[in-house]
Ligand binder design. Structure first.
Ligand code: T46
Length: 139
C-alpha cells in the first residue's frame, strides 16, 4: 500500500557514478527502485502554462526523475497536498498508486523521465478528482 504523504520521503537520492569525464546514474529494477521496471517514458517539449497529470492510478507505482530543467509536481493523497520542486537529475520522486498527481511550471528544456511498474493501461487511470476521493474513502 502507498505510504501516507506525511511519512513518505519526498525525494529519494540516486547514486551518482561520477569521474573526471562527468556523471552517470544507473537505476536497476528491483534493486535501486522497489519494483521491476515495466515501462519508461519521458515528458519533454511541454508548452508554457500547461498542467499535465491530473489523475491517480489504481495500481501503478512510478518514480519520476527530472533529468533536465525543472518543474513542480503536486502530490495529493486525498488528505494532504504537497508541492515538490524537481530540479535535480540525482533524485527521484516516488509516486505510488492512489496518489493524485499534477505537473506544472515546466521550464523550457525540461525532461521528466518516469519509471513505471506496469505497462500502459488506460483503465488504471482515475481522471476525475471526486472519483479519486470516493475511491480513497472506500478502500
Ligand atoms: C503519469 C504522469 C506522470 C501512451 O500511449 N503510453 C504511455 O505509456 C503513456 C504514459 C501515455 N500514452 C499516451 C496517452 C495519451 O494519448 O500518451 C498521451 C499523453 O498521456 P497523458 O495525457 O496521460 O500524459 P500526462 O503527462 O498527463 O501523464 C503521464 C502518464 O500518462 C501518467 O501515467 O502518471 O505522466
Amino acid at each position: 500500500m502507498t505510504e501516507p504523504l506525511t511519512t513518505s520521503p519526498a525525494l529519494v537520492p540516486l547514486t551518482v557514478r561520477g569521474d573526471d569525464r562527468g556523471s552517470l546514474i544507473a537505476i536497476e529494477g528491483g534493486r535501486d527502485i522497489p519494483f521491476e521496471i515495466a515501462r519508461v517514458y519521458y515528458i519533454f517539449d511541454t508548452a508554457p502554462g500547461v498542467v499535465r497529470g491530473l489523475h491517480a492510478h489504481y495500481t501503478l507505482d512510478q518514480w519520476l526523475v527530472c533529468v533536465n530543467g525543472h518543474c513542480i509536481v503536486t502530490l495529493d493523497d486525498g488528505h494532504i497536498r504537497r508541492d515538490v520542486l524537481m530540479s535535480q537529475a540525482n533524485v527521484a520522486l516516488p509516486v505510488g498508486h492512489m496518489i493524485w498527481h499534477e505537473m506544472r511550471d515546466f521550464a523550457p528544456g525540461t525532461v521528466l523521465m518516469v519509471l513505471a511498474s506496469e505497462h500502459y493501461r488506460e483503465a488504471d487511470y482515475i481522471r476525475d478528482y471526486n472519483a479519486f476521493l470516493s475511491a480513497i474513502r472506500t478502500r
